[in-house]
Ligand binder design. Sequence first.
Ligand code: AMP
Ligand code: ZN
Length: 465
Amino acid sequence: MALRFFNTLSRQIEEFQPLEGNRVRMYTCGPTVWNYVHIGNLRTFTFIDILRRWLRYRGYQLDHVMNITDVDDRIIKESAAAGKTIEEYTAIYTQAFLEDTATLRLERPERLVRATEHIHQMARDIRKLGEKGYTYSSGGSIYFRIASFPEYGKLSHLDFSRVRSESRIDSDRYDKDSARDFALWKAPKPGEPFWETEIGPGRPGWHIECSTMALEYLGPTLDIHVGGIDLVFPHHENEIAQSEALTGKPFVRYWLHVEHLIVDGQTMSKSLGNFYTLRDVLARGYSPEAVRYLLASVPYRKQLNFTFDSLRAAGTAIERLRNFQLRLDTEKFPPGRSDKMEDRTRQALKEFEEAMDDDLNTAEALAAVFEYLREANAAMDAGEFRTDNVASARDLLNRFDSVFDVLKPSAPPPISEAEIEALIAERNAARKARDFARADRIRAELFERGIILEDTKEGTRWKRR
Ligand code: AMP
Ligand code: ZN
């Protein structure tokens, strides 16, 4: 059976077929870089990585664009509070986002594009929408008139026909009960950054950036668009209205939405204050691979209930995979080949692939691999796994890991200056107590972690290798 996705637009499972050959045009909504992302955000980004890798596994070529929202209400507020320009402020969290996603082994999209580098394109698109009669101005701001787009609501399957005409909302994030004409362009406010453009001074609302950048880099019709479930309304509904009003063509063929990661029954979010960043979790001693595994292991259309127990279980699962790999690499098996074992390996691969093709059912894909591991380990113990069964078993494991990417251990986190200083103090104390063996062990440990010590008259100096 072919690759299939649940399409939010049709509310059905549909067979996937790109518009053009084997090229997949994909757009995913990226982070708003006003703070560190939390592991809820990272669930969505990890799903996008699994999707990317599965599309490639199936022979597709990707043209994937992701935006970075580097101007919005929160960024303006927080950067002012920090006494920084929005460029200085967002540079910090853009960098942190790139580091966190690299730590989780998330592939970089083919194009990462920033809102602030496309302000004039957005202004041009807003002017064009105006020329087509989809907008009106009020107080220097420009709004999209949702009554002028009769299909408004087709993604969220909501009826907005009763929304009072020309009632407007200025904030970018709102719920369906506040559905109104939304801001495409916001008039400058005292003390806030703004741009001079062909439609006058101001700054864009949040929704227009995704339409402008998607159309600019991918053309009028995308194959796949992904975001978290909270983006269905209003963000993606607004993206459809803006884009289709501009081009007159269908904007997106397959809409995929990722359910939230929750803690104690509530969505993880900054505003609820119930969040962990990746850095928080790693500081507690969990590995990036365990986080990656956990985030990937629950199928994306199910909520993921985050607990530290499940993170520990993810670590154990990875150990089982690595132990099996170690057996394949180091054990001596009886010569020859067991046909039964070959069939079993082939069947496991088939189950793995079928589960992934089934709307990325990662839980079933993992179940197929672990059931196989259990049986293959038993066959090894019983002498029924032969030398010539190794190649296909290794192939299965490699194929699995080309998507899940958890086998290779991450390097331990770099040692901090405070930790180095503490170890040097401990070594000095050991030397004073003439415990030279212990002092040497500390020097060796630091060397292992990339630190070289130099004893001088003024004391011990250190440098990184
Ligand atoms: P934002 O930076 O707020 O625009 O969010 C970045 C991405 O994370 C969006 O696709 C959101 O839908 C998604 N997201 C936000 N909260 C969660 C959560 N608790 N679980 C999964 N995804 C989330
Ligand atoms: Zn978007």
